[in-house]
Write a protein that binds this ligand. Structure first.
Ligand SMILES: [Zn+2]
Length: 140
């Protein structure tokens, strides 16, 4: 993928749940579920401690005695890759490419679109400020 095809991290984090990622690694059956939590041995650091690894389903986050994070951090650690690379992997595994990669102008994703709109608004706002600053300079 080219650099211009950057993945929207925030959108990936909203689209992919930690449960989906754990299922991808076939880890769900190895963890103990208690309501909103899953606990078990840490798939990243190993060891025998069955409560070392903890997941909050509602927060979509995980932590162990040594580290913590979101879905991106988890994949980055499991695959020993950077977060951008992890984001690309998630896009591939969960078929998110249509919505989240590059081409923001053509995106059908509401998150990406609302962000795009915000960017446009901000840009327009800046232009107005610059224009009015120029005008006042001309007048003074
Ligand atoms: Zn760990």
């Amino acid at each position: 993928m080219s650099k211009s095809q950057s993945v929207d991290f925030r959108a990936v984090k909203r689209k992919v749940t930690i449960l989906q990622v754990l299922e991808h690694y076939d880890l769900v059956s190895k963890l103990h579920r208690n309501g909103d939590s899953l606990t078990g041995t840490c798939p990243i650091h190993g060891g025998d401690n069955k409560t070392a690894f903890h997941i909050s389903i509602s927060k979509n986050r995980w932590n162990c005695f040594q580290c913590s994070g979101n879905v991106l951090d988890f994949v980055a650690k499991m695959e020993k890759v950077s977060r951008p690379k992890a984001a690309h992997l998630l896009v591939q595994w969960f078929n998110l490419s249509r919505n989240l990669v590059a081409d923001r102008g053509q995106s059908n994703d509401p998150i990406t679109n609302s962000r795009l709109r915000k960017d446009i608004t901000l840009q327009a706002f800046k232009e107005v400020i610059i224009a009015s600053a120029r005008r006042s300079r001309v007048l003074s």
